[in-house]
Design a protein around this ligand. Structure first.
Ligand SMILES: [Fe+2]
Length: 307
């Protein structure tokens, strides 16, 4: 068997750009940890610590992502929902599965492999995370973005994934990104149906997936069958730098200064990044000396209570 045939995820590395959306293929459909019985057991373990996010099928593309579980609750337990997913009318995400010792092996298996290719243009992979989405027919993942780079892979069922370029200021303003990085708030993201026309659209079937750079807005519509999807996520040196710049810009906006978009003025970015990193490191050191918990974004794995 050739080395190529044993790969879990196929990426066209010659075309890979860490800031460009790209289709990928994979062979994870038969992975033992991604089968329904195993996911029911994982759901039971994660639910104990509140590491399950769920809402009903009443959530739509424009539902505010952060509050969807509260606005449209799914009152069934994780086990009940996962066992009856065809009829549960529910969307469920098993969060930060790398916090489970068994599933950390899956996250490492996949990201160790991807790191070899990613490192060539985007070094410093850290803050590894895994997310498993088990969803009833015709459910929707509301329009949102995340901080991590993301390989999203379809395991069972079909989904339509809409993704917008991370520089698309029509889909998400620069201010919305600043605010999200600084405060984890997505309230400046506004869904409009006409956004569909400017999206990269992936009709995902088992074995297919996509790479989505940090803060690429996305929205997902499930097909008429239950679906299982998995995401493998991480930060790199570049995403951590980008995040720090957005945080600094958010602070500047609160002082009445409108900075140029991140990436537009490289000299200014370098200056702001140097200053803000020094301030941020000093603040972290002070918190550490005061005996408070610090959660550096350079940690090898994502923290289980941050999402
Ligand atoms: Fe997401």
């Amino acid at each position: 068997m050739s080395a190529h045939a044993t790969r879990l995820v196929d990426v066209d590395w010659s075309a890979f750009d860490p800031w460009r959306i790209q289709a990928v293929q994979h062979r994870l459909m038969e992975h033992p940890l991604l089968q329904p019985d195993q996911l029911i057991e994982l759901g039971k373990r994660l639910e104990i610590d509140g590491r399950v996010r769920t809402h009903s099928n009443e959530a739509v593309a424009g539902t505010p992502f952060n509050t969807a579980p509260r606005l449209h609750p799914n009152r069934k337990s994780a086990a009940e929902t996962l066992q009856q997913i065809r009829d549960a009318k529910a969307w469920m995400s098993l969060l930060n599965v790398q916090s489970d010792p068994t599933y950390r092996t899956l996250v490492d298996e996949v990201l160790d492999e991807l790191k070899v290719g990613v490192d060539r243009s985007d070094p410093g992979m850290c803050y590894r995370g895994g997310w498993i989405f088990v969803t009833s027919p015709n459910t929707v993942t509301p329009f949102h973005f995340d901080k991590e780079h993301n390989f999203i892979l379809q395991i069972r069922g079909r989904k339509t994934l809409y993704v917008w370029d991370h520089r698309d200021t029509v889909a998400a303003s620069e201010q919305a990104r600043d605010r999200f990085h600084a405060r984890h708030e997505r309230d400046l993201l506004v869904w409009r149906d006409e956004l569909r026309e400017r999206a990269h659209v992936f009709h995902l079937e088992p074995g297919q997936g996509a790479y989505m750079p940090s803060t690429s807005p996305h929205m997902v519509e499930n097909g008429s069958e239950p679906s299982i999807t998995v995401s493998f996520t991480y930060y790199t040196d570049a995403t951590r730098r980008d995040s720090l710049l957005h945080k600094a810009h958010d602070r500047m906006r609160s002082l009445g200064i409108t900075p140029p978009p991140v990436g537009q003025n490289k000299g200014l970015d370098a200056l702001v990044h140097g200053g803000w990193r020094f301030a941020s490191n000093s603040a972290q050191l002070a918190r550490h000396l005061a005996g408070r918990t610090i959660r550096p974004d350079s940690a090898p794995y994502a923290f289980a209570d941050v999402y």
